[in-house]
Design a protein around this ligand. Structure first.
Ligand SMILES: Cc1cc2nc3c(=O)[nH]c(=O)nc-3n(C[C@H](O)[C@H](O)[C@H](O)COP(=O)(O)OP(=O)(O)OC[C@H]3O[C@@H](n4cnc5c(N)ncnc54)[C@H](O)[C@@H]3O)c2cc1C
Length: 391
């Protein structure tokens, strides 16, 4: 006989793992299917290339599921300031946590540290069972709900199938939910760089006509995680470039604000696409995180939006447990989240277009705009609160 779960979550990444903890804590029986094997991390392992800038709202969600302690006891870098400037002029804006009466503006954390802390938390929750490595193969409707087939040959029964399986979601495909895709023809080049000067617990971001470059502080004061948006052919060339030439390009691209680049790790580049699912739910199926939407990484909001999705979904499900997994409840979640996600998606595309525009009139607009906002403490405060996820 197949095992029954209140929810089967496909994808045990940052978003799926958090949802499993939220539901498991509320005594719901949850299965998590994760195609990758369990994460292991030595204390002195080199920094991972993929990091997330977690907002205060995300920190609060991760505290709620008791994963935050497991993150900060390992490696997390709080950032106290953020400086954004335009390469084509003198416009600059600076945000300081102290001006908002906050200890920091957020944390830069390696993705696998977040995943490991969640993985640990899930082992403490009796109601949660993780199948890993195991892949979602297919599903079929039964008179009570759904039957889920795993790549391992196991079969599970559930009232709710959650797609938390990332941008190329197999659950979304199985449910035949359409996706609007906007190919930015750009790639996000990521690496870790050691700099001559300390990062001062500041997130540095310079906008260039080719795309933004971010130096994000890591726990070591002279190490930063780099996210550099570039036209695809240039990103490919930079990945292959010899180390010493790349280091020079990188330091120059940041205007030498942190001096020379002393060393760089291996480099990788990810194609950037904006995607938004036409619906977030179907009969007994729901999408969260990157399975429902992917956005431009320039404001580092991808995971933050996904965590807001699962906080909302868990609240709606638990509030109306009598109609667990019904379309009515799933639609409430969709209505609550879709507009916010669409707004962030389009704002980031707008920013990218504005800063990528070489016409001189736009150069003047953005330079004057940045400097003007920098002088308007109320507007600046609102922007910072939005970035913190508390606005
Ligand atoms: C260059 C770059 C930089 C970024 N920087 C930031 C940042 O600073 N801040 C931020 O918030 N976001 C950032 N993002 C976005 C962020 O990485 C994503 O939004 C986030 O990883 C989404 O999490 P997720 O759990 O929804 O999906 P994923 O991280 O993609 O996790 C999906 C999980 O599902 C598993 N899976 C997939 N298919 C199956 C299957 N069939 N069966 C079982 N398991 C499956 C995968 O193994 C994976 O573990 C960045 C993205 C890029 C490309």
């Amino acid at each position: 006989m197949s095992e029954y779960f209140d929810a089967v979550i496909v994808g045990g990444g940052m978003v799926g793992g958090t949802l499993a903890a939220l539901l498991g804590q509320a005594a719901k029986r949850v299965a998590v299917l994760e195609s990758a094997p369990a994460i292991e991390l030595e204390a002195d392992a080199p920094y991972e290339l993929r990091v997330s800038a977690l907002s205060r709202a995300s920190e609060q969600i991760l505290r709620k599921v008791k994963a935050w302690e497991g993150i900060v006891k390992r490696r997390a870098a709080p950032y106290e300031s953020m400086v954004v400037w335009d390469s084509t002029g003198s416009g600059e804006i600076r945000f300081d946590a102290a001006d908002l009466g906050e200890p920091d503006l957020g944390h830069i954390i390696e993705n696998r540290v977040i995943q490991l802390a969640l993985q640990e938390r899930l082992t403490e929750l009796e109601e949660v069972k993780v199948f890993s490595p195991a892949q979602f193969k297919t599903a079929s409707y039964t008179h009570k709900g759904l039957k889920i087939e795993l790549s391992t040959g196991q079969v599970l029964e559930t009232a709710l199938l959650v797609g938390a399986d990332g941008a190329r979601s197999a659950v979304r495909e199985w449910a035949q939910i359409d996706m609007a895709v906007n190919d930015y023809a750009q790639q996000g080049l990521v690496c870790v760089a050691q700099t001559e000067l300390p990062h001062q617990w500041t997130a540095w971001q310079r906008f260039m006509p080719t795309g933004p470059l971010a130096f994000l502080p890591l726990p070591d004061p002279q190490f930063c995680s780099i996210v550099w948006t570039l036209p695809s052919d240039q990103a490919d060339a930079y990945v292959l470039q010899d180390e010493s030439t790349f280091k020079q390009h990188l330091a120059q691209a940041l205007d030498y604000r942190l001096g020379q680049v002393v060393s760089v790790s291996e480099r990788a580049a990810f194609p950037l696409k904006g995607r938004h699912a036409a619906q977030y739910c179907a009969e007994r199926v729901v999408l969260v995180g990157d399975a429902a939407h992917t956005i431009h990484p320039l404001a580092g909001q991808g995971v933050n939006l996904g965590l807001k999705d699962v906080a909302e979904l868990a609240e709606q499900l638990l509030q109306d447990a009598k109609h667990w997994g019904s379309f009515k409840v799933l639609r409430r979640y969709e209505r609550a989240r879709k507009a916010d996600n669409a707004l962030t998606l389009h704002s980031m595309e707008g920013f990218s277009l504005l800063f990528g525009n070489k016409l001189s009139v736009w150069q003047v607009v953005r330079n004057q705009g940045l400097s003007l906002v920098n002088q308007m403490s109320w507007v600046k405060g609102q922007l910072a609160r939005y970035a913190l996820g508390v606005g």
